[in-house]
Design a protein around this ligand. Sequence first.
Ligand code: TYD
Length: 204
Amino acid sequence: MFITFEGIDGCGKSTQADLLVRRLKKETFGTRPILWTREPGGWEGGAWIRERILKDRFLHPMSELFLFLVDRCEHVRREILPVLENGGIVVCERYTDSTLAYQSWGRGIQPERIESLFEWCAFPQPDLTFWLDLPVKEAMERVASRGGRDRFESEGYAFLEKVRTGFSSLAAREPERILRAEASEEAQALSSKLFSLLEVSRSR
Ligand code: TYD
């Protein structure tokens, strides 16, 4: 089972991924390998790419796109596929939907072009994606309160609005896979809701 978390910066993906992984570990009694990972940077060597992408303000949008794809090619082959092929569960913060939302809706690269690169790279499709939706203003306040602003957060309000519209369009296009959840809800309550959604999706 391959589960991804998506949403704009500051929507609480890490907290929710953490809670979900704990719950899955408890429910499976350690019988299945569980990998909790993230993009960019979820593999050995990914830290370099992550630094470049997040810190270099002068990257061309195509260079940015290709760096994310390089990161994903390695991440998929070294980390994600071995766990899935071994019958395990992968929980990944950000994946292909982030690339479409940020590099297509955000930066303006044609989505068909990006999707054809996904196909070419043979990225496995997630079974389920939780889109944690939060108004941009609220997300920016959360990010400011934790003190950090990276390259994407510094793009400001208008950029993140476009990205949020991207996630919304993707969810409308694939309602079975991408489930929207209100990210402003209290963390434990939200986590229980997500777990129920996961159970429903598994039983289908
Ligand atoms: P990160 O610090 O991991 O942000 P967050 O904690 O919100 O996930 O930074 C990753 C940034 O990279 C984030 O702003 C989203 C962006 N991104 C893309 O633009 N395209 C992608 O394909 C991915 C995976 C991330």
